[in-house]
Design a protein around this ligand. Structure first.
Ligand SMILES: O=C(O)CCC(=O)C(=O)O
Length: 288
């Protein structure tokens, strides 16, 4: 891409395994992150041709800087970093600003001119926020063949960004629910720990982080002593899936002093996330 920030290749996130197992089978195979030459073969253009999704995992260097797993048994680290993927700097600065502008416009159009922060979700999960759906961002046509898989291409519209995410990280035949824009107010905007509605979407909850750095806390639903935190810098893309999506509650601390990662408090500035969820299909519902 034409900026100094190189977009991360999906291949960095791929583990070398001999075949494409099901998501269930993959759990036992996750043992290392490989940077073998085969994965970087020039014939491999970085697009997700079907088998990549199952083998994605967060590379160790990014785990070291973006995960605090100190309250998770070591034996479970590989599973968590397979089921919570972070791609820092997914967006270039230009793409980030384009997304912020488009999301802000959409919120304004949906909610009127006035900036309005609702005090609490009907179920009390989110505080000081505003949100809307962005159904027309879902259907951007695929990029022309000459640039398909070329993660170097600057994306010009939200639809192109979301389409690139879907085609680079996920199986091509998945269906998606309409993207959702969520803005948290500076200061007291936050999200209480929750598991996303099981019947409303499938095994992936993905987000693009805009505006400011957020700290996400994930707490095991049945064993609350097991929790971990992830640092979500602005411009990152992340997703949770499978064991993390179903077994851990996720949230963003509401109290500014609790918005910390490894001892550093991150100021709670205005933050926007663009959330993507795959549609619930019986074949994808892995129970929990
Ligand atoms: O804003 C985020 O990154 C997470 C939002 C969230 O918790 C959700 O949509 O379930």
């Amino acid at each position: 891409m034409p900026t100094a920030t190189a977009l991360p290749s999906v291949l960095q996130y791929t583990q070398k395994i001999s075949s494409a197992p099901s998501a269930h089978a993959t759990k036992s195979l996750i043992s290392h992150y490989s940077t073998s030459a085969a994965e970087h073969s020039p014939t491999n253009d970085g697009a997700n041709h079907g088998s990549t999704y199952a083998t994605l995992t967060t590379p160790p260097a990014i785990v070291a800087t973006h995960f605090d797993l100190s309250k998770i048994p070591t034996a479970e680290h590989a599973q968590i970093t397979r089921d919570f993927i972070i791609v820092p700097n997914y967006l270039s600065p230009q793409e980030h600003d384009m997304m912020v502008e488009a999301a802000t416009k959409k919120l304004k159009r949906a909610l009127g001119k006035q900036v309005r922060y609702e005090d609490g979700h009907f179920d009390g999960v989110i505080t000081r926020y505003r949100e809307c759906s962005a159904s027309d961002w879902g259907g951007a046509p695929p990029a022309p063949a000459s640039v398909q898989g070329a993660e170097q291409k600057e994306r010009q519209t939200p639809g192109e960004v979301l389409q690139a995410i879907k085609s680079h990280y996920f199986p091509q035949d998945w269906k998606w629910v309409a993207p959702h824009i969520l803005e948290l107010e500076a200061g007291k905007g936050g999200i209480k720990p929750h598991v996303d509605h099981l019947e409303a979407s499938g095994q992936v909850v993905a987000g693009l982080c805009l505006g400011s750095t957020a700290v996400m806390e994930l707490i095991h639903d049945k064993e609350p002593s097991k929790s971990f935190r992830v640092l979500l810098p602005k411009g990152c893309f992340y997703f949770q899936r499978d064991s993390v999506r179903y077994q851990y509650k996720h949230g963003i601390p509401i109290e500014p002093e609790d918005h910390q990662f490894k001892g550093t408090v991150y100021p709670k500035e205005k933050r926007i996330s663009v959330m993507l969820r795959n549609a619930l299909e019986p074949a994808h519902h892995n129970g929990h």
